[in-house]
Ligand binder design. Structure first.
Ligand SMILES: C=C1C[C@]23C[C@@]1(O)CC[C@H]2[C@@]12CC[C@H](O)[C@@](C)(C(=O)O1)[C@H]2[C@@H]3C(=O)O
Ligand SMILES: O=C(O)CCC(=O)C(=O)O
Ligand SMILES: [Fe+2]
Length: 331
């Protein structure tokens, strides 16, 4: 059973199947501590009472649904996702597949919200997407600054600066999971994996979906690594720590492994903002996170180097392990 935590406990440790809920309207010091706890234990939490207006979210949802309702031939004009554009069932360049169709866009506000592929460019309601990206990016930066404060970092913009950078390599992804009719053949598909197990490579991801279930996170605090279903909440945002943040915090915050199941007879749409650093940015553990108890765990790398490696690997690969610090190599 999933219990959603709403209790006013400051230094709570989350166990088993509880999803941490962060109420952004509470006192700053409490929020900072709760975010750090959630990111250390799960790398995942739900945010309520955020400042993103309902109409910004509603308009984004509407243009997303409008896009997926188009005829396949029209949607295919924006594909194949290479890596940006429209994709159906195939995820990434290395043979991963899922039960979904999706649209992957660059979320750098300098770029127009167009699907940019080599030959085709199709307009995708630029204003709506730009407004949504602007709001979600701001929320991501606010969360990263609370996190930096909660960790006691002197430079509280260490993480957010990378995402605010005009050259930030951030992405916006719309995932559309099918619904199934209740007949025998389709019944076999219910419970199938829509988007397979993985961690997000960037710094932070902010996800919201319609009211249909599907997202699951892998709980690191249970022995067998149980999959914990995340109850849908269309008014909330779900936050994932990404690989780059795990590296920058020297492994103190964990990049959550998650997946999306097709478990319902209803269509599900999720919208995910991936806050990424500029390609040339160096990702290194911040000095305050390296201690005698927690010696340096990751070597320095550029985001461009990490991305190159990530695209050469399968979706579920534990890619950060390839960037382990080896003292003898750095000497
Ligand atoms: C198989 C792959 C798809 C992915 C790039 C990769 O080579 C490995 C990471 C995958 C992932 C997961 C989170 C995001 O959805 C995504 C856009 C990202 O940045 O990394 C996808 C990539 C993708 O679908 O292109
Ligand atoms: O649709 C979901 O709930 C998860 C999607 C996801 O993990 C992703 O797009 O990286
Ligand atoms: Fe993801």
């Amino acid at each position: 059973m999933v219990v959603v935590s709403t209790t006013p406990v400051q230094s709570k440790r989350y166990i088993g199947t509880e999803i941490p809920v962060i109420d952004l309207s509470r006192r700053r010091e409490i929020v900072q501590e709760e975010i750090v706890n959630a990111c250390e234990e799960y790398g995942f939490f739900k945010v309520i009472n955020h400042a993103i207006p309902n109409d910004v979210v509603a308009k984004m949802e509407a243009v997303g649904l409008e896009f997926f309702a188009k005829p396949v031939t029209e949607k295919q004009q924006a594909g194949p996702a290479n890596p940006l554009g429209y994709g159906c069932k195939s995820i990434g360049p290395n043979g991963d597949t899922g039960e979904l169709e999706y649209l992957l866009l660059h979320a750098n506000q300098q770029l127009p919200a167009k699907i940019i592929c080599e030959e085709n460019q199709i307009e995708f309601s630029s204003c709506v997407v730009m407004e949504y990206v602007g709001s979600v990016k701001e929320l991501a930066c606010e969360i990263l600054e609370l996190l930096a404060q909660g960790l006691g970092l002197e430079d509280t913009e260490t993480f957010s600066r990378l995402i605010r950078d005009t050259e930030s390599d951030s992405l916006l992804r719309l995932n559309h999971y099918p619904s199934y009719n209740c007949n025998k053949e389709d019944n076999n598909k219910v419970g199938r994996v829509g988007f397979g197990e993985h961690s997000d490579p960037q710094i932070i991801s902010l996800l919201r979906s319609n009211g249909v279930a599907g997202l699951q996170i892998l709980s690191p605090s249970t022995d067998a690594g149980d999959w914990v279903p995340v109850p849908p909440d269309p008014a909330a945002f779900f936050v994932n720590v990404g690989d780059a943040l795990q590296a920058m915090t020297n492994g103190r915050l964990v990049s959550v492994r998650h997946r999306a199941m097709v478990t319902s007879y209803d269509t599900r749409m999720s919208t995910v903002f991936f806050g990424g650093p500029p390609l040339h940015a160096w990702i290194s553990p911040v000095p305050e996170m390296i201690t005698t108890q927690r010696p340096r765990r990751y070597r320095s790398f550029t985001w461009s180097e990490f991305k190159k490696m990530m695209y050469s690997l399968r979706l579920g690969h534990n890619r950060l392990e390839l960037f382990r610090f080896k003292a003898e190599e750095q000497a």
